[in-house]
Design a protein around this ligand. Structure first.
Ligand SMILES: O=S(=O)(O)O[C@H]1C[C@H](O)[C@@H](O)[C@@H]1CO
Length: 622
């Protein structure tokens, strides 16, 4: 039995304590949060004439398709186009299909919004007018919804738009988007197409917006912040293909995309503006990284006297977010995209995991950027990157905020539950920007989080509550993975085109975030590696106390709380996440472990028998 007493002494819990770490990894962005359904929609960053250039595309009927460098590109950012050649004498239906990001969902009642650019490089003497049919169909050709889209042959690019509404829901996602036309109408013609786009309804109905079910899943965590755009995907394999904010804003036709750091092309259709608008819609605040500090994943660093380029770009990036649209050019772009007022911005992270190259980061990259940005935007907080908890490289100027990352096994998180208690209170504020149980204690890799690791994370997170006077933010990583294209496991949330699986670690993150409170009450201290950890926080305005109990042992343990007051209500309600050792939520068993509610008697003392491998939150009303 563990006897826990607590007083009304303690410290404030920062509102920023629990949030989300995001980067476009595992198709978290393109094919995930970004609602665009067409993969390889503008043939960005591909080599014309290769089969890879045609990823996700296939011909219908006797048409010949290939990716070409258009002789008259739709824009300098999008030089490539799909060439669609119809042999003379063709009479049967021709066209082309796209298989989406490993599938396309068909959902009854959804009105899909589509568009494409098209032209006829060498139009016939007598212009041809006709109609394309745009549809969603199964791979066997069953059409679920369709509409016609008139066209006229012209050598100049036209943009066609259309909508259609699905009348059925298909459980299968192996569906195709198709554009087709009667062969006789276009026999002998060669046409070009690009930026072929199809959106479902989006979160908050935003144009060029976010996938609804994934947004709702994240909203259910009430996350306080969103760290973006990376993570490694910020940095680029080389400086040339780093994430460059200016290439991710403005019209989609002006965004070149880039080769991301996780093995696939990023359209950058999900760009800085879309991230910020969604963050605002989700009641979060950004922790925004300024793109590389001149450090690339290949280990190269920009020379000290070449840093000005990055400094200027970082200043421009921040001005895009918070500048005055009437006086600043970057802020004027933001305004023209629909947000004249500045977005909320308090935190800037300078780089990501720069400890890989501590010399140039410590020698000049941190100082150059920090000094310039702090001078320009003194009201913002600047986060330095480091790797290890506690002992961080010494930097000058001395940072106030540090981003720590740790990936390990359950024992690390159980034994490390007091890692922050032992740190000196010297003004340093910690951001546990990335952490997760990534292997079993045996070292065996994890494809999905498992309850043993999730409850170990919960034990570690009691340390975040307890030390939230110096831990201002924490987020599990990575956040998302597409079940059909994953570079890193485990992840907090696994998704397919039409399903979302909440892992056991998702529920731990959710419970800590929902029951964060605003004040931590000092309670009986415990020791690291104890099988039981606890945390008591309070929602002061609601007069509610949240007694968290974490039991990392496989057998039950009893905790007896002695409260400094007598609760006004004796019927307490609690929420518990618990499961047998090894349990995982997976695509085939998505609800193997989900939180459930329970009742308990709330009095001056509360005896709680915590099941093995459990996180419980007992809510007591003062
Ligand atoms: O290979 S790692 O450096 O461990 O990659 C990790 C750390 C990096 O910030 C993030 O992008 C990635 C997965 O979350």
């Amino acid at each position: 039995t563990f006897d826990v007493t607590f007083s009304t002494a303690g410290h404030n819990v920062p509102s920023t304590l629990y949030g989300l770490m995001y980067e476009d990894i595992n198709h978290s962005g393109d094919g995930g949060l970004y609602a665009e359904l067409i993969q390889n929609r503008a043939f960005q960053q591909v080599t014309p004439g290769t089969s890879a250039a045609l990823t996700a595309w296939a011909a219908l009927g006797s048409a010949k398709i290939s990716v070409v460098a258009s002789s008259s590109p739709v824009s300098s950012a999008l030089p490539n186009a799909l060439s669609f050649a119809v042999p003379s004498g063709t009479t049967s239906t021709v066209g082309f299909t796209n298989s989406g990001y490993f599938g396309i969902p068909v959902t009854a009642g959804w009105t899909y919004t589509g568009s494409f650019y098209y032209r006829t490089p060498t139009p016939p003497a007598t212009k041809v007018t006709g109609s394309f049919t745009a549809d969603l169909r199964s791979t066997s050709g069953t059409v679920f919804t369709s509409t016609t889209v008139p066209f006229t042959t012209s050598s100049t690019w036209q943009q066609a738009t259309f909508t259609f509404t699905a009348s059925s829901t298909q459980s299968a996602v192996t569906n195709l988007f198709a554009l087709s036309v009667g062969g006789s109408t276009v026999a002998g013609l060669t046409m070009e197409f690009t930026l072929i786009s199809l959106f479902p309804p989006t979160f908050n109905g935003r144009t060029n917006g976010f996938r609804m079910d994934l947004s709702e899943t994240l909203l259910d965590m009430k996350p306080a912040f969103f760290r973006f755009p990376g993570g490694n995907n910020l940095e680029g394999e080389t400086a040339a293909d780093r994430w460059a904010w200016e290439n991710t804003v403005g019209d989609l036709v002006d965004r070149p995309g880039r080769v991301g750091d996780w093995g696939y092309i990023n359209t950058d259709g999900l760009g800085l503006y879309e991230y910020l608008q969604w963050i605002e819609d989700m009641d979060m605040q950004p922790i925004m990284a300024v793109k590389t500090t001149g450090y690339s994943l290949n280990g190269a660093s920009v020379a000290s006297n070449d840093m000005q380029t990055y400094i200027t770009e970082a200043i421009n990036q921040i001005n895009f977010v918070i500048g005055d649209a009437s006086t600043n050019a970057q802020a004027a772009i933001r305004s023209s995209m629909g947000h004249p007022d500045p977005f909320t911005l308090n935190y800037i992270e300078i780089g990501n995991e720069d400890f890989f190259s501590p010399t140039t980061y410590a020698d000049y990259r941190w100082a150059d950027l920090y000094n310039a940005l702090h001078a320009e935007f003194p009201q913002l907080h600047y986060i330095a990157t480091s790797a290890t908890s506690g002992n961080v490289p010494s930097l000058s100027p001395a940072p106030t905020y540090w981003d720590l990352h740790i990936y390990s096994n359950p024992n690390f998180f159980i034994n490390g539950a007091y890692n922050f208690d032992i740190l000196s209170r010297n003004g340093l504020q910690f951001f546990q920007g990335e952490y997760a149980t990534t292997t079993e204690n045996s070292g065996a890799a994890l494809t999905y989080p498992f309850i043993d690791g999730s409850i170990a994370e919960a034990a570690y997170m009691a340390g975040f509550d307890r030390n939230s006077d110096i831990v201002f933010a924490a987020s599990y990583a990575p956040l998302l993975n597409h079940v059909s294209s994953t570079q890193w496991t485990p992840d907090l949330i696994t998704f397919s085109p039409n399903t979302v699986i909440r892992s056991t670690s998702y529920y731990v993150q959710q419970l800590y975030s929902l029951y964060k409170g605003d004040f931590y009450l000092t309670s009986t201290t415990n020791t690291a590696s104890s099988p039981v950890q606890w945390s008591v926080t309070r929602d002061t305005s609601a007069g509610q106390y949240f007694l968290k109990v974490i039991n990392t042992a496989t057998s039950a343990n009893t905790v007896v709380f002695t409260l400094p007051f007598t609760p006004s209500q004796t019927n307490g309600t609690g929420t518990i996440l618990t499961a047998a050792s090894g349990t995982q939520n997976t695509p085939t068993n998505p609800n193997a472990a989900v939180p459930s509610s329970f009742s308990f008697t709330a009095g001056k003392t509360i005896t709680y028998n915590a099941p093995g491998l459990s996180l419980s939150v007992l809510v007591v009303t003062a």
